[in-house]
Design a protein around this ligand. Structure first.
Ligand SMILES: [Ca+2]
Ligand SMILES: [Ca+2]
Length: 267
């Protein structure tokens, strides 16, 4: 009888350890990091160098909350690899004017979206109303953008829904609109179906590779999060340069196929 009691305890402890391992896969991962070698790559746009992105303090480790959404990316727990951009690329959104669909945030001020404070604590985020909302940054002139980095909220693991990021030449988003990110896989925000995945917010923010797209205005949509219906922004950075040379020429669409000949009916 005593042996059976001990055996059942052993089984219970093993089960508990198994649950812990499944809940915190990040803790079980290798954390040793290799030093990042200095990378310099030649490209048609000049020398590429790693972007220097100053990160705020992390406020949680791993994925302490089990988050289930249908479009979530695979969690690796790995840090973002260095991002290469042409030499001289800098944050051109710093201290630039911010507008929003909700002009009177519930918490904070619009200026905080571009004030360089990326900390996750209370006092560093702006809270906008429920449902689909957007913030918009006027860069002041047209830039060639290589990366947009966004921090919504990182004091707690959560996923923001229906994130859509576009650039345009005008504040009403009519001229030269290009969408650089969209993870609204079911078009619940009505801006079109997106192919990107949802992700859990962390202190390194989310970097969107914008591949040198040109525009003056940047707009970012969201539609609540796994935590609540509100929308939050801590900081948005736009890494860009003044355009060098003419804008890349759009490839003209292929000519329409010749009109089909009327089929001759076999007699
Ligand atoms: Ca800020
Ligand atoms: Ca959606």
């Amino acid at each position: 009888m005593k042996f059976r009691k001990i055996l059942s305890k052993v089984v219970l402890v093993s089960l508990a350890l198994g649950v812990l391992y499944v809940s915190f896969p990040v803790l079980a991962q290798e954390t040793a990091e290799k030093p990042v070698p200095e990378v310099k790559v030649k490209s048609p746009r000049g020398d590429l160098v790693p972007l220097k992105i100053k990160l705020p303090k992390p406020l949680f480790i791993g994925t302490p909350r089990s988050i289930r959404t249908p479009n979530l990316e695979k969690i690796t727990g790995k840090k973002r690899p260095p991002f290469l951009a042409p030499k001289g690329t800098k944050n051109v959104a710093l201290k630039k004017a911010v507008a929003a669909s909700d002009e009177e945030p519930i918490i904070g001020e619009l200026e905080q979206v571009t004030d360089d404070d990326k900390e996750g604590a209370d006092g560093s985020f702006v809270e906008f109303g429920p449902g689909r909302q957007h913030v918009q940054i006027d860069l002041g002139k047209v830039y060639e953008m290589y990366a947009i980095v966004v921090w919504h909220y990182h004091a707690q693991a959560r996923v923001y829904y229906d994130m859509v990021v576009s650039v345009a030449d005008d504040p009403d988003f009519i001229k030269g609109v290009k969408t650089v990110f969209n993870n609204d896989h079911d078009n619940s925000s009505g801006l079109g179906v997106g192919k990107q995945k949802e992700y859990i917010e962390v202190n390194e923010g989310r970097l969107i590779d914008t591949k040198g797209v040109r525009g003056r205005y940047v707009r970012l949509y969201s539609n609540g999060s796994t935590s609540n219906e509100m929308n939050h922004y801590i900081e948005v950075e736009v890494y860009g340069k003044e355009p060098s040379g003419p804008a890349p020429v759009a490839v003209p669409p292929p000519p329409p196929p010749p009109p089909a000949k009327a089929k001759e009916t076999a007699s």
